[in-house]
Design a protein around this ligand. Sequence first.
Ligand code: AMP
Ligand code: MG
Length: 408
Amino acid sequence: MPLTPVAELQKQMRERIARCRRLPESETVAVARAVGRVLAQDVLAPACLPHADLSAMDGYALPEAAAAGSVWKVAGESAAGHPFTGSLNEGECIRIMTGAVVPPCCRTVLVQEHTEYADGCITLTHGVAGRANIRYRGEEIAAGSRVLNKGRIVREADVLLLAALGLGEVAVYRKIKVAVLSTGDELCEVGTPAPSEGCIYDSNRPMLMARLAQFPIEIVDLKQVPDNLEDVLHVLDDAAQNHDAVITSGGVSVGDYDYMREAVIRLGAIHHYQVAMKPGKPFVFGQMLQAWYFGLPGNPISGFVGFDVFLKNALWQLCGAEELPEPLRFTATLACDVRKSGGRTEFQRALIRMDEAGNWLAEPCGAQDSHRIYGISRANAYLILPADSPSLPAGSRVTVQPFDGAFL
Ligand code: AMP
Ligand code: MG
């Protein structure tokens, strides 16, 4: 069977999930707790922003444009939270502060630094045009306009927007429930004494749970399942009945003890197997009962990369997101030769850095075998080589994708 190209599988998964997903129910949360949740409502501005004509500067509000040298009597004050309510006579202005309401009798604001003050009057050291230094009512947001769409993953800056509009709460989708388990008779649990010969610590499950913690997901740890079909069937059957998605590590290859595919077929369907990607060729996407199934290979790097390339956006979709995150990618220059084998898109683990001239340089971070966990820990980006790319000499232009959090 030919391997599916990465972009094609991403598209197939996105379309199938969009077609078949059941959106979670919604709940209301305080805006300060909405970051990283998915909006279950459009947000319409209940009022306009700014809500009134406001001064952008500390200075003086004048009824009209005025020339350098003109003198104005200061007849009152408008401070933030304390608007001026009087009226002005000929030749009068008011003192005004940043964020204070510009009263209807004033048309322009002059910055304090362009005046000299003496005996209750100001003399202009610079002229001021009409309509200067005023933030007009509604100039940024009109009342009733839609400022955020249903399905948006709420960002930190959105909290400023929601709160500035006076909104204390928003409707978001409830957290979905996702089960995580590892397979492999060789696995032992972290935090226990050093593994005996033939055993290794289960590093994938903690990695997956750590990465899931960034999502609006209730993570259910189903621990480790031994390599036999009966146990795998039993655990997956249970997991499929009680979760929105099940993520497994290991057991999806063609080894004698790889039972995951067999079990998923018995409980549901596999929509997709094998993808033209390195690392991470054996990746299973399917459904069991009402749960989505994602089967990552056991090699730690394959699972890590598969999570970035396929699971992230699939999970966001299941959480209700419509605007899916686009990974940041840009072009860098290879600082050394790079070897590429044929036929599959490679996600090499790389170090990228900017040289003094402002150019991004990239080089693979050590050997690229899919068990090398020290290399991925030291890397800060993927170096993405398209399936049809040959090996490349130093100086070639390549696509890189920084790791989440690598440049904090
Ligand atoms: P599998 O996909 O089950 O054939 O496993 C492939 C390789 O990944 C084997 O060397 C396993 O020992 C290793 N492996 C499988 N599961 C894990 C895990 N949870 N943590 C670390 N390594 C694993
Ligand atoms: Mg295994």
